[in-house]
Design a protein. Structure first.
Length: 522
């Protein structure tokens, strides 16, 4: 039988990293086994339904490279793929009738007030809170008929059998057992006739021929109810796997407190889809060896349900940053330039940086935005220069957004001068002479070092020879006193890419303008 898995989100809001991980595991598992990856919208809870959520899910997942083989947008032979539409099509009716006929479910007519009262009494008596039969589990057919005739609203509850042990083989947790006496009778069909998750999901998994269910750990405690439901219908259980919870660095379940976790926000912040996927996969999963930096194909090859760990997976943003930097460095520069430009040109990127709040010790978000825009404008005028900038900063940045400010000095005529760097290096006695020396050679028709120079393209070697030439001429044993003031003059700061490389990228005209400006500051 071919593998069929489904990602079954409830469309209630945004796509966060936890759901991304579940969707990714589905995808990796399906692709590994040449199977089918299905998107099913579990939208039966109309009170929590959010009409924008479905496109948020589909678009975010597609953006990071997860496409479904079947789904509301992709079609397929097992539709409809929205549970509300499945309900409207009457797909659940036969199974509701069947479970009633089998006596494995019953109608319960309690009002919300009665249920509340029941819970209060249970709490006061320190009893287990939940519906363990109430007034209706054992009601006579006459009582039920009477309530129905009186038009009382009701829900249909699952009749959890008493005095049994339900056992499940979980691929990562081993054998797990539950005593049925500790399980309450869940609602299967709500008063408005809508099935709940418990019912719709089990019926749909069956009708859609799902072989493996990969879902969040929050559903582990519902598993025995689901197994009992499957047993009632005589359906074999799919393999059910519960992904470990994701915790923040404080060991607590990942939530808003830990900062933004929306997938598209990470993308807008400048994380590469590949890095995000790689990172999310490693939260609670391991390929079984030391590898961390992996491509989608490598993850597909290495993926197995057994590689998941039952213990909580840690969301360590530093690992995401490391992976992102590693992937940026591994990219072919022209591919990276294209990725960077399409990143900048996405409206969501600009919106993110326009709306982001200023964080302590972080550059101003609008400064980041403006620097990125300046980069894109420069790239239109001078693609070769933009490519040089990418090549040089590729070694140093962590995110795509970092390219803006890291490369800013390349883009403006008058880079901001770091006052500390200026007072440290521009006060040295030889610096005036150094700048004059450099200016003379940069403007001379023929260069005295390294042979004739093509002024449009002073090569890295030529620039190195220029700097070394000064040091040798003037008897400097170390290059530091030459390199540092030159770097500050050209970039305004003391850190950045290699000096000879950045000089070559700037080219003679920009170097001349900047050295003249620096001279004026002496
Ligand atoms: N709708 C459920 C959720 O969003 C799906 C759980 C499952 O995959 O079975 O958590």
């Amino acid at each position: 039988m071919s593998v069929r898995v489904r990602f079954a989100p409830s469309p209630t809001g945004l796509l966060h990293v936890g759901a991304l991980r579940t969707a990714l595991f589905d995808h990796l598992f399906a692709k590994k086994h040449g199977g089918v990856d299905i998107l099913r919208l579990e939208d039966t809870d109309r009170s929590r339904f959010n009409p924008d959520s479905e496109s948020e899910f589909i678009e975010s997942l597609s953006f990071v490279g997860i496409e479904f083989d079947e789904g509301p947008h992709a079609g397929g032979n097992f539709g409809p793929y929205r549970q509300s539409e499945r309900k409207a099509a009457g797909l659940y009716e036969p199974w509701i009738a069947k479970i009633m006929e089998l006596g494995a479910a019953y109608k319960a007519f309690e009002t919300p007030e009665e249920l509340e009262e029941m819970r209060n009494v249970q709490s006061a008596n320190k009893a287990q809170v939940g519906y363990y039969g109430g007034a209706w589990r054992d009601a006579t057919p006459e009582q039920v008929a009477e309530a129905e005739a009186a038009g009382m609203p009701y829900v249909i509850r699952q009749r959890i059998p008493r005095n049994r042990t339900v056992t499940m083989q979980d691929p990562i947790r081993g054998s797990i057992s539950w005593e049925t006496n500790l399980l309450d009778d869940p609602v299967l069909i709500k008063a408005d006739g809508m099935p709940t998750y418990h019912f719709a999901s089990m019926v749909d998994d069956r009708l859609m021929e799902i072989t493996h269910v990969i879902r969040g750990e929050e559903w582990l405690s519902s598993a025995p109810k689901h197994l009992l439901l499957l047993e009632t219908f005589g359906w074999p259980a799919p393999v059910i796997l519960h992904c470990p919870v994701i915790v923040g660095n404080d060991g607590k379940k990942l939530s808003k407190r830990h900062g933004a976790t929306r997938v598209l926000d990470y993308i807008a912040e400048g994380y590469l889809p590949d890095a995000l996927l790689n990172f999310v996969a490693l939260i609670g999963w391991s390929p079984g060896d030391e590898r961390e930096d992996m491509t989608m194909d490598e993850m597909i090859q290495a993926f197995s349900l057994e590689g998941l760990q039952p213990s909580p997976g840690r969301f360590d943003i530093e690992k995401l940053r490391w992976l992102n930097g590693a992937k940026i460095r591994a990219m072919e520069p022209s591919v990276l330039l294209a990725a960077l430009l399409s990143y900048i040109n996405r409206p969501a990127t600009m919106q993110f940086w326009s709306e982001k709040e200023q964080e302590e010790n972080q550059p101003s978000p609008t400064a980041v935005r403006d620097a990125l825009l300046l980069f894109a404008r420069t790239a239109i005028r001078d693609r070769a220069y933009a490519l040089d900038i990418v090549k040089l900063e590729q070694e140093r940045v962590t995110t795509l957004a970092d390219f803006g400010l890291a490369g800013h000095f390349f883009l403006v005529d008058e880079p901001e001068m770091d006052p500390k760097a200026v007072s440290k290096w521009f006060t040295q006695p030889h610096v005036g002479e150094l700048f004059n020396y450099l200016l003379e050679r940069l403007t001379a028709p023929r260069a005295p070092v390294g042979g004739p120079v093509d002024y449009e393209h002073a090569s890295v070697e030529w620039c190195e020879a220029l700097i070394r030439g000064y040091a040798e001429d003037k008897g400097f044993e170390k290059l530091g006193p030459v390199v540092h003031p030159t770097r500050v003059a050209l970039t305004g700061k003391t850190t950045g890419p290699g000096l000879f490389e950045l000089m070559a990228a700037l080219g003679p005209d920009r170097m001349v303008a900047r050295l003249q400006r620096a001279k004026a500051l002496l």
